[in-house]
Write a protein that binds this ligand. Structure first.
Ligand SMILES: Cc1cc2nc3c(=O)[nH]c(=O)nc-3n(C[C@H](O)[C@H](O)[C@H](O)COP(=O)(O)O)c2cc1C
Length: 376
């Protein structure tokens, strides 16, 4: 019998009430000290009807901060502040993991603490710009190439961040290994020219991601750790000659870990079916993402393409997305100008669909989202 979007499921140790996942979204609302605020509590609690919320990309250490007003999970104050958010979500019956996002070279010092450093596998600058408050768009900077002992320290930071996330009340963590950030920089030769066992051959380029996942799984349990990939994603100046080979090898290498889930986004390369690749190489639960609406998500789960579907943009203006999909209610459109702006406008002020409006038959969404949209 085929599964439905509205059925419960288990992702490793994490129980989901339905298969509609809120994908991670950077929203630029962190407060002083890179803390989540009361606004985050409201925002995520409003969206707790998702079977699982993957909270926005959050830096494991200050060296990994990329964008302005993004939160961390490093300091005791950050852990405390996140605790308020996870409690608010739990009160609404939701489950929540934290996405660990270390941007590596996709960074500018203008967005980070004075004692933080931009690091990467090799001292190769990503061609492109990044926004910084007070500076506008600036060039991304040339990173410091991590020495061998510094790689061990970065892996230890991820491990500690996973421990901190659990202390903050999260059900687990997701490693952001897409969008040209640090783990992906290790995977691909365009950013990784090392010759010390962490670069050179494909097996060596996989090593950082494998060891990071091992460290996090050892610390909090593999059933609480997920991995996010998007094979062939060129974002932040990345290039992969053969993403099917890279990610097939990566998934084979992590198979023994028994992670909670794999979160896979559609490849921008139309010739590569990233969902099928994931099924071939990953034995656990698979979350599929990018450009889904209610109907296509229902088909993806019913046909077994994915075990659950994650939605990002539809969750922005539809805090009650699962209820709307179930009722066939129309979907509201979000305001692009308010995606990353501080404050509640465009963040916590999108209303739920009125309860007193009669249920309607499923319709096309009010705003379609094309695959390969915004990301960070
Ligand atoms: C405002 C915004 C912020 C995003 N931030 C993140 C992020 O922090 N981490 C991440 O892995 N993806 C991020 N993404 C990508 C989304 O998780 C998702 O992959 C993409 O929007 C496609 O899914 P959708 O078609 O359901 O919107 C972001 C997307 C948007 C629109």
């Amino acid at each position: 019998m085929s599964a439905s979007l509205f059925e419960p499921m288990q992702l490793g140790d994490i129980a989901l009430a339905n298969r509609i996942v809120m994908a991670p979204m950077t929203r630029g609302r962190a407060g002083a000290g890179d803390l989540p605020t009361d606004l985050h509590e409201t925002y995520y609690a409003q969206r707790a009807g998702a079977g699982l919320i993957v909270a926005e990309g959050t830096y494991p250490s200050r060296h990994g901060k990329g964008y302005c007003r993004t939160p961390g999970i490093e300091s005791p104050a950050q852990i405390d502040a996140w605790r308020g958010v996870t409690r608010a979500v739990r009160r609404q019956g939701g489950a929540m993991v934290l996405q660990l996002m270390h941007v590596g070279r996709a960074a500018t010092r203008h967005n980070k603490a004075a004692d933080a450093q931009t690091v990467a596998p090799s001292a190769i600058r990503a061609r492109g710009t990044i926004y910084a408050d007070g500076h506008g768009l600036v060039e991304m900077e040339t990173p410091h190439a991590l020495a061998g002992h510094e790689i061990a320290a970065v892996i230890a930071e991820y491990r500690q961040a996973a421990v901190n996330a659990v202390a903050a009340g999260f059900d687990g963590v997701e490693l952001h290994c897409s969008s040209g950030y640090l783990p992906m920089q290790f995977l691909l030769a365009c950013a990784n020219q090392r010759t010390d066992g962490y670069g050179g051959s494909l097996t060596a380029r996989l090593r950082f991601v494998v060891e990071t996942l091992e460290a996090m799984a050892e610390a909090i349990g593999a059933g609480c750790v997920g991995l996010r990939i998007c094979p062939g994603n060129p974002y932040n100046d990345m290039h992969d000659d053969d993403p099917a080979v890279t990610y097939g090898a990566l998934l084979d290498a992590i198979a023994p870990l028994g992670l909670a889930y794999l979160h896979v986004s559609r490849s921008p390369d139309p010739a590569l079916d990233a969902f099928a690749l994931a099924r071939r190489h990953f034995g656990g639960a698979i979350l599929v993402n990018d450009g889904f609406d209610g109907a296509s998500a229902g088909r993806a789960v019913a046909s077994g393409v994915g075990d659950a579907v994650s939605f990002a943009r539809h969750f922005i203006a539809n805090p009650d997305l699962p209820a709307r999909l179930r009722r066939g209610a129309p979907l509201a459109a979000f305001d692009r100008a308010l995606l990353y702006t501080p404050g509640e406008r465009g963040y916590t002020d999108y209303p739920a669909y009125p309860a007193d409006v009669a249920d309607v038959e499923p319709t096309a969404p009010g705003q379609t989202v094309a695959p390969g949209g915004l990301q960070s």
